[in-house]
Design a protein around this ligand. Structure first.
Ligand code: TXA
Ligand code: MG
Length: 316
């Protein structure tokens, strides 16, 4: 791949216009969302989308989320349902992605869906992301802005560390508030939790008035890309550690002795927001990482999901 000069943009209106122009020209722009930084490209442009896979070194069977500014914009591409409407009214803009059947004439590059007949769509809640989507006025395909298999970026510095020289620009608007990727709910059939994330599954269930099944590793097709070793730091990661051994550096949760604490107060929302930054920071030390137990409830389910992937044997 040709090396690019990655330019550095801010949330100023003039920079938002520049970012939208770059997207229109088929270039890639990393931008902040409330969950993590996304690596954006025009979802209708095959070359731009192919460029996303190349820049990330991502396996091509892993489909992408299309980011849109509003429910109306989502409806141009997917078949809308009552369930989609309920969830969108309650949680958009926000950290929720809906997988719905593609409409005829949807206009989306098949590289976005990796050939599936469904599309993952979301309306992000971040002001700068929304300003960019409004200015661009089209669907933006955006996976997390990290090389495939690496820790997701929650600051522009994380993006630069992984993708500098591979993309046209990074739009910096500070750290992401949620810090975990969006929750993905499949609505093409029975509502299914495809990926736990920044919105707890309980809230989705309460809104739909029914419990929803969870995608399990190994279930065919419904959630491609849930590769086990997916959020891997360079260092090894051990989970549920009460007593560290050897040279381990400890990532704590709650009132425990540790080198870095996700949330000394034991607050799962704070822990989620800190997770990827903490992994980036500890990974830089080169020491094996030991993580305190984190409760399997609410956002803890999503945090533990990411941590299990970080701890999985490499190459899985
Ligand atoms: O918070 C987020 O969702 C971030 C920000 C940038 O918006 N984006 C993100 O995208 O996490 P990515 O590409 O890293 O994760 C997309 C996930 C993958 O696990 C993929 O398999 C799933 O969405 N996905 C995409 N399209 C799908 C589809 N049609 N059916 C099932 N799963 C799909
Ligand atoms: Mg990702």
């Amino acid at each position: 791949m040709n090396r690019k000069d990655t330019s550095y943009l801010t949330a100023r209106p003039a920079d938002i216009v520049t970012a939208a122009d770059l997207l229109r020209a088929g270039e890639l722009v990393a931008f902040p969302t409330e969950t993590v930084y996304g690596l954006g490209g025009d979802a209708r442009n095959d070359e731009a989308v192919a460029g996303i896979y190349t820049a990330k070194g991502r396996p091509s069977f892993n489909p992408l989320i299309a980011h849109v500014p509003s429910v109306e914009a989502a409806k141009r591409h997917v078949v809308w349902t009552d369930e989609a409407d309920r969830l969108a009214q309650a949680f958009w803009p926000g950290p929720l992605t809906l997988v719905l059947p593609l409409k005829p004439d949807h206009g989306i590059s098949p590289l976005v869906t990796a050939g599936l007949d469904t599309l993952a769509v979301r309306v992000p809640a971040h002001d700068t992301a929304r300003a960019l989507l409004a200015e661009f006025d089209g669907p933006v395909a955006a996976p997390s802005a990290n090389p495939s298999g690496r820790i997701s970026p929650t600051t522009a510095a994380h993006v630069r560390a992984g993708l500098d020289g591979r993309i046209a620009a990074v739009l910096d608007d500070g750290p992401c508030g949620v810090g975990l990727e969006s929750t993905i709910v499949g609505l093409a059939g029975t509502p299914t939790l495809l990926r736990p994330g920044g919105l707890s599954a309980d809230m989705v269930e309460a809104c739909l008035g029914q419990s929803i099944g969870t995608y399990k590793q190994g279930d065919a097709l419904s959630a491609p890309g849930q590769l086990l070793s997916h959020y891997a730091p360079e260092s090894s990661v051990r989970l549920n550690v009460e007593t560290p051994v050897g040279d381990e550096i400890v990532l704590g949760f709650g009132n425990v002795p540790c080198d870095l604490n996700l949330s000394a107060a034991g607050d799962l929302t704070e822990a989620a927001a800190n997770l990827f930054s903490a992994l980036h920071q500890l990974d830089g030390t080169g020491r094996p990482i030991a993580v305190s137990p984190i409760p399997e409830k609410g956002l803890g389910l999503a945090i533990n999901d990411r941590l299990r992937r970080a701890a999985a044997p490499r190459g899985a």
